[in-house]
Design a protein around this ligand. Structure first.
Ligand SMILES: [Zn+2]
Ligand SMILES: [Zn+2]
Ligand SMILES: [Zn+2]
Length: 239
């Protein structure tokens, strides 16, 4: 299984429009960016996308224009699904899998597209070619949000999606010991939010879960570029 972080940024992206903070200034002078978070999973010719960010067109071009066979949506926030419209007239819009309330909410935005919609049940694994997928509930108030575990040939990817550190124990078990943990880390350690983890909370959670490798994603422009374990756009992993 090959996993590529197509984007590692938050809803705003880095550089933030109009911002002259150290991170945004550095990004502008060094041609760096954190596009909105989305993950490409490739297994034996089957291409899966976790979330469809507003930057999807650029992200798919940077990834070599893979044909996408299926999409998973974690939740109905702007930065996680509106990029699905980028499939319009580019390829047959791929089948989408999500928990029913998320699927219905997001699909309502795309009345101009016709596509397969597959409601799934949290914590019930299902199969796509070469892959076993499990959605699980996390904690991203006030809406519903689901992390995702992907298994292929004994390799495992765990993605928290947007969440605080208070992930239900039954969901924590699905993240424990994965080969690659991709974790929400929105802000630096000195800031505290009630919908997301900060960098310290993300690292503490990762240390409990004992993944082989961890990468922070969904990072805002406030996170310095040189923090350990922070994901880079287009960084790939072979699991
Ligand atoms: Zn988000
Ligand atoms: Zn900034
Ligand atoms: Zn969100």
């Amino acid at each position: 299984m090959k996993v590529t972080l197509l984007g590692t940024g938050d809803a705003i992206g880095t550089p933030k429009i109009g911002c002259s903070c150290p991170q945004c200034s550095y990004a502008l002078t060094h041609h760096l960016s954190r596009l909105r978070t989305s993950i490409l999973v490739e297994e034996n010719g089957f291409n899966l996308l976790i979330d469809t960010s507003p930057d999807l067109r650029l992200q798919l071009l940077q990834a070599g224009s893979p044909r996408i066979d299926a999409v998973l949506w974690t939740h109905g926030h702007y930065d996680h699904y509106v990029g699905y419209g980028e499939f319009y007239r580019v390829q047959k819009p791929p089948a989408v899998y999500a928990v029913e309330e998320v699927l219905n909410y997001c699909a309502a935005y795309f009345t101009f597209l016709s596509f397969e919609q597959h409601p799934v049940i949290a914590r019930e694994a299902f199969n796509l070619p070469g892959l076993t997928i499990t959605f699980f509930d996390v904690n991203h108030p006030p809406g519903s949000c689901y992390g995702i575990r992907v298994e292929a040939n004994g390799a495992t990817l765990g993605f928290t999606a947007d969440t605080t550190a208070h992930i239900p124990p039954r969901s924590m078990e699905l993240l424990r010991g994965v080969d690659l943990l991709v974790i929400d880390a929105l802000v630096p350690p000195d800031l505290h939010l009630n919908k997301h983890m900060n960098y310290r909370e993300a690292c503490d959670l990762a240390s409990i879960l004992h993944p082989k490798t961890v990468r922070c994603v969904h990072m805002s422009h406030l996170i310095p570029w040189d923090m350990p374990c922070t994901g880079k756009d287009m960084e790939s992993f072979t699991l």
